[in-house]
Design a protein around this ligand. Sequence first.
Ligand SMILES: CC(C)(COP(=O)(O)OP(=O)(O)OC[C@H]1O[C@@H](n2cnc3c(N)ncnc32)[C@H](O)[C@@H]1OP(=O)(O)O)[C@@H](O)C(=O)NCCC(=O)NCCS
Length: 180
Amino acid sequence: MNTPLIYQKDAQLDLTIDYYHASTLPPSLVDWTFQLTKKIFIIFTESGKKAELQAPEARYLVARSTQDTTDLKGFLMFQMVQEETMDDDYMAEVAYCYELQLVEAARNQGLGEYLMGLLFQIGHHWKMEKVMLTVFKDNKGAMRFYTKKIGFKLDEISPGACLSPRKARKFDYEILSKPC
Ligand SMILES: CC(C)(COP(=O)(O)OP(=O)(O)OC[C@H]1O[C@@H](n2cnc3c(N)ncnc32)[C@H](O)[C@@H]1OP(=O)(O)O)[C@@H](O)C(=O)NCCC(=O)NCCS
């Protein structure tokens, strides 16, 4: 993929998207991605979340203002992984979205959809079967965004798909996926 990409919706949202490996992500961005994630979600173990964000396999798409490069708008962190399926003998090749976080001022203007679209293109390029992610059930906005806007469905291994309703209720998350 050639970088940077330019995403220009209107004068208010004139963005540059940079692509990084965990090893090339500048320390200031390592800190920013952690702080943004922490601001939005309760993180139960800081060291665990930091380790996840800095895993060697982690890849980042970072959106910033084209005019003011210090004005960061959001990021998507993904990894190419093998995920279990309902077939014990088969692992699926997956582009897994671990984080998609936008600063408040950049939400609801199509940036989330654009970054997700880039992940689908990357996944397709690398011949992944699907894009996958985990979403907390009480994050109703994100659930609506992924299912209604992007078209994700419950993956076959999601609690809501593979367990009885009574058992699925005990889980506070669902796993969503969509073919690349
Ligand atoms: C969820 C998120 C990534 C979506 O990105 P976005 O750029 O705001 O979304 P888009 O502008 O592309 O799409 C907006 C659509 O998603 C839905 N949506 C997104 N956030 C929503 C919210 N908080 N409440 C209700 N609906 C929401 C709306 O249905 C909206 O649909 P519309 O365009 O028909 O009005 C972004 O809002 C965000 O960073 N939220 C906080 C962090 C988070 O929850 N991340 C997901 C973790 S799994």
